[in-house]
Design a protein around this ligand. Structure first.
Ligand code: SER
Length: 317
């Protein structure tokens, strides 16, 4: 990879992936694209930035051509909870950006990375040590898009030789840009609320386990997988990866150990609760470990320490 285009670059992952890719491949070789003016302005403060609607095939293609792109990172998505509010829009956006990315990858011979998710699994999936290859019948439109995306990406690889690779991200915890509209967002929001007000009301049931990953590990997963020797990859779209599995009660206990005055209560959102319940408790990520050396570093205690420090500094506390 020499010239990278990141679409949907203004979101939670893109905000940190663009600088990570700049470090790996050089500042001039990474372009961050977003639909919204404020996101483009933000990206422009640290990287090359363009305004682009990834659903506009011609404009997307022109950008790939003009900038001589050889890898597309497609981060465009409506997340799980937002998706349930408008399933047709979620399908249009999530699939539109993916189909355009794959079609352009075929035409311009670029690689493609599109994240999949724990959302690709559903109620009928085994919830503990969820295997790499297992039942995938998701219960959300977000998950339906992710499974479709995985199948389509593998199809483009087998049929047209498009170098498409992907990971199934768990909830990603980070302190750069807030996630928006996901079921795992609580694990980020809690840090801001506790540091701002000392109290957090959680929309997820206290004992609902989900896989989680701290952003530095998520970023390494992306570059490690995209750099992996293709002859070693038995899978492509998409790899289970995880590092932590916890429920709200466990995360809040860790925060309370560090901030004894912190208080928590619950106002469960039934839509989010049902989604959380349908997702794995803990995935088995052994294929990622074997095929490309996945080896995450950030476990619960270290993550909580780092989040509190970073967000306190951000809030000037
Ligand atoms: N973080 C995402 C969500 O909660 C899962 O991939 O929707």
């Amino acid at each position: 990879m020499k010239r990278i285009l990141v679409v949907g670059a203004g979101g939670q992952i893109g905000t940190e992936l663009v600088p990570h890719l700049q470090k790996h491949y050089g500042e001039d070789n990474v372009i961050g694209a977003d639909l919204k003016d404020d996101a483009v302005a933000k990206i422009a403060s640290y990287a090359r930035a363009i305004k682009l609607d990834a659903l506009d095939f011609n404009a997307f293609g022109q950008a790939v051509k003009d900038h001589n792109i050889d890898a597309i990172f497609n981060l465009v998505a409506l997340l799980s909870a937002t998706g349930e509010k408008n399933p047709e829009l979620a399908w249009k956006i999530n699939m539109g950006a993916l189909v355009n990315s794959l079609t352009l990858a075929k035409e311009f011979k670029t690689a493609v990375f599109t994240p999949s998710s724990i959302g690709a699994f559903g109620v009928s999936t085994p919830h503990d040590k969820t295997p790499q290859d297992t039942v995938m019948r998701p219960d959300t439109i977000y998950g339906v898009c992710k499974v479709t995306g995985e199948l389509l990406s593998d199809y483009y690889f087998h049929r047209f030789g498009v170098d498409a690779r992907s990971v199934r991200f768990p909830g990603i915890i980070s302190n750069g840009c807030l996630p928006g509209g996901g079921t795992t967002d609580y694990a980020v929001e809690v840090f801001y609320e506790i540091l701002k007000t000392g109290h957090y009301t959680c929309p997820i049931p206290e004992d609902s386990y989900m896989d989680m990953l701290y952003m530095p590990d998520a970023l390494n997963a992306v570059t490690q997988l995209m750099e992996a020797d293709p002859s070693k990859l038995k899978h492509r779209n998409s790899f289970n990866i995880t590092c932590m599995s916890f429920c709200p009660k466990e995360l809040f206990a860790k925060i309370k150990e560090r901030i004894p005055s912190a208080t928590f209560d619950y106002n469960v959102d039934p839509v989010k609760a049902a989604i959380a319940d349908s997702w794995p408790n803990m995935m088995d990520d052994s294929c990622a470990r074997e095929e490309w050396g996945w080896n995450p570093q950030w476990h619960l205690d270290a993550m909580v320490d780092d989040m509190l420090k970073a967000i306190a500094a951000k809030l000037g506390k």
